[in-house]
Design a protein around this ligand. Structure first.
Ligand SMILES: Cc1cc2nc3c(=O)[nH]c(=O)nc-3n(C[C@H](O)[C@H](O)[C@H](O)COP(=O)(O)OP(=O)(O)OC[C@H]3O[C@@H](n4cnc5c(N)ncnc54)[C@H](O)[C@@H]3O)c2cc1C
Length: 467
């Protein structure tokens, strides 16, 4: 009766996983996206380009090797935008190819164009030729993602005043940059440009940044970034940005003026729902373009689901993929479990941050007692070998039963090794497991054993005195 059992709007991480999951369940699946956006924001403008750029910056600047070879160590003296773009373009095209291949192998029809609802079971697809085709489906999953929010008062020109999409296409590495907004994306780019030698000023309206992370780790990050000549202006707001011939002038509400080659706005993101004609399907989005869903990612209309960034928090590629898979299972009537509540956060600043579970502040606020176990990379053989003297791993442990309540990592490989702690926590393991476990030597993973010993020694000392 319908062209497809399931039609997915958007080929980002959530759309891909939804389409593949439904196809594995034997459904006829189609996925709609624009020709140059296969893989979504994730592959084309967001996660993958930014993380590739970071790798290129770290490699070419030799930043991570300077502890070993001295502060003047560089792989390339003059790093150009084309040095950086070469690696980014290479990875984007390879990843796009991988995704096309995965969709094809799973017999998912790739429909090129922009979709909008005709009704709750039909989508008009505009392939760019001026003619729209109507495609029908029993179930529809909206995976349309987000775009950078652009304040109306700011005159973006994609050269001097850019957002996170524009920053990857700059003509030259700026000598100076103002980053407006100290959120995850803002701080990731602030780190990268600071590592390249750009004089970065971060302007943030609030008094703190990344306040959902461990406070000690955020302090360490700020220390490192200041060392790379980053200036922080907390509790400050940009009142106006003037574009001049050679640079931009940022005027803060406090009256301060900052001249910069580039101003990058990182002021949140907006759901890409304006062009979807949601009303034709009986749906609506909120002020920020987000769609409301229930625990199964079903919208107010029974046969329509929404997943990924378009439904809001946590708006990560990692969680979006899982939402897509779960929504497809529900849409196909397949029994499913809920998404695991333990979700790691990875922040690819320089150095990187990752954590899973609770922070010290959250535990204190909830009056949950905890003990802290710390391992510093500089005390690990692998830390010395890789030249990381600042990294650390912190375990938050329940003194009563030894459960891990939180794992916080700062430094080399943080976003990788956090998963060891996640696995132990997810399986209900205790600090005793980490004390008794044998780790490969020399590794950064060994930090778990060192931190576990630290925490359990502290707990033992308390028990000895307190009974
Ligand atoms: C700079 C940056 C860095 C990031 N870094 C990380 C990170 O390190 N780790 C992490 O987990 N997450 C990261 N994210 C977030 C991550 O990119 C998103 O969470 C993820 O891409 C969301 O996936 P999605 O499936 O919602 O769709 P998206 O990736 O947002 O893609 C949506 C797709 O839908 C398509 N679409 C929209 N409307 C229509 C329409 N009408 N018709 C057809 N197609 C349509 C778009 O063309 C697009 O291809 C980052 C984001 C940014 C911007």
């Amino acid at each position: 009766m319908y062209d497809y059992d399931l039609l997915v709007l958007g080929s980002g991480p959530s759309g891909q996983r939804a389409a593949i999951a439904a196809s594995k369940l034997g459904r006829r699946v189609g996925i709609v996206d624009r020709r140059d956006m296969i893989g979504g924001v994730c592959i084309n403008t967001g996660t993958v380009p930014s993380k590739t750029l970071r790798e290129a910056v770290l490699y070419l600047t030799g930043l991570n090797q300077r502890d070993l070879y001295g502060s003047s160590y560089r792989v390339k003296e003059e790093i150009t935008v084309s040095d950086l773009a070469a690696r980014t373009q290479h990875v984007i095209s390879r990843q796009t190819d991988v995704i096309r291949n995965q969709l094809a192998r799973n017999r998912i029809s790739m429909i090129t164009g922009t979709g909008r609802f005709a009704d709750a079971h039909a989508i008009w697809v505009d392939g760019g030729s001026g003619r729209e085709s109507k495609i029908t489906a029993d179930r529809i999953i909206i995976a349309a993602g987000t775009r950078p929010a652009r304040p109306d008062s700011v005159d973006f020109d994609d050269r001097t005043i850019v957002d996170s999409d524009g920053v990857i296409n700059l003509n030259a590495v700026p000598r100076s940059m103002v980053v407006v907004g100290a959120g995850v994306i803002g701080m990731e780019y602030a780190s990268m440009f600071a590592a390249l030698g750009t004089k970065v000023t971060v302007v943030e309206r609030r008094e703190k940044m990344l306040d959902f992370c461990d406070e000690e780790i955020v302090e360490s990050l700020k220390y490192h970034l200041r060392d790379l000549s980053v200036t922080f202006r907390f509790g400050e707001e940009v009142a106006a940005v003037e574009r001049h011939q050679t640079a931009a002038l940022c005027i803060l509400k406090s009256g301060k003026k900052i001249v910069a080659d580039t101003v990058m706005y990182s002021a949140g993101r907006q759901g890409q729902t304006d062009d979807l004609a949601l009303e034709a399907a009986g749906l609506e989005a909120d002020r920020r373009g987000r769609i409301t869903v229930d625990a199964n990612y079903r919208t107010a209309v029974e046969n329509i689901y929404a997943v990924g960034d378009v439904i809001g928090f946590p708006a990560l590629a990692s969680t979006s993929m899982e939402q897509g898979r779960l929504a497809a299972h529900h849409a196909c009537g397949e029994p499913q479990r809920e998404m695991h509540s333990l979700q790691p956060i990875g922040i690819y600043t320089i150095p990187e941050i990752s954590f899973v579970g609770k922070t010290e502040d959250e535990l204190t606020e909830a009056s949950t007692p905890f003990e802290v176990g710390i391992a510093r990379y500089r005390e690990l053989a692998r830390g010395q070998i890789v030249g990381d003297s600042y990294g650390m791993l912190k375990l938050l442990v329940s003194p009563g039963d030894g459960r891990l309540l939180g794992v916080h990592v700062f430094g080399t490989g943080a976003t990788e090794i956090v998963h060891i702690g996640q696995a132990v926590m997810g399986c209900g393991g205790t600090v005793e497991y980490l004390v008794d476990a044998v780790f490969n030597y020399p590794t950064l993973a060994e930090a778990y054993k060192v931190a576990a010993l630290d925490a359990s020694n502290k707990i033992r000392n308390i028990v000895r005195i307190d009974g």
